[in-house]
Write a protein that binds this ligand. Structure first.
Ligand SMILES: [Zn+2]
Length: 59
């Protein structure tokens, strides 16, 4: 799932356990091992791009 942190930046969290620790290499949750769907990662990156565009605050 995708949610916004208090700063307004999108965060990607596990659908299964709600934790925010992902193994980006494996595309799976550290906590419960649930796989993160590619569509979810793409949606997250799109949300992140929108956020950076809005704030002009790229990492
Ligand atoms: Zn999990």
């Amino acid at each position: 799932m995708i949610f916004a942190n208090p700063a307004g930046a999108p965060e990607l969290a596990c659908d299964e356990c709600g934790c925010r620790w992902f193994d980006r290499m494996a595309g799976a949750c550290y906590e419960c091992g649930a796989e993160v769907p590619k569509s979810e990662i793409q949606a997250f990156e799109a949300a992140l791009a929108t956020y950076y565009e809005k704030t002009g605050n790229r990492p």
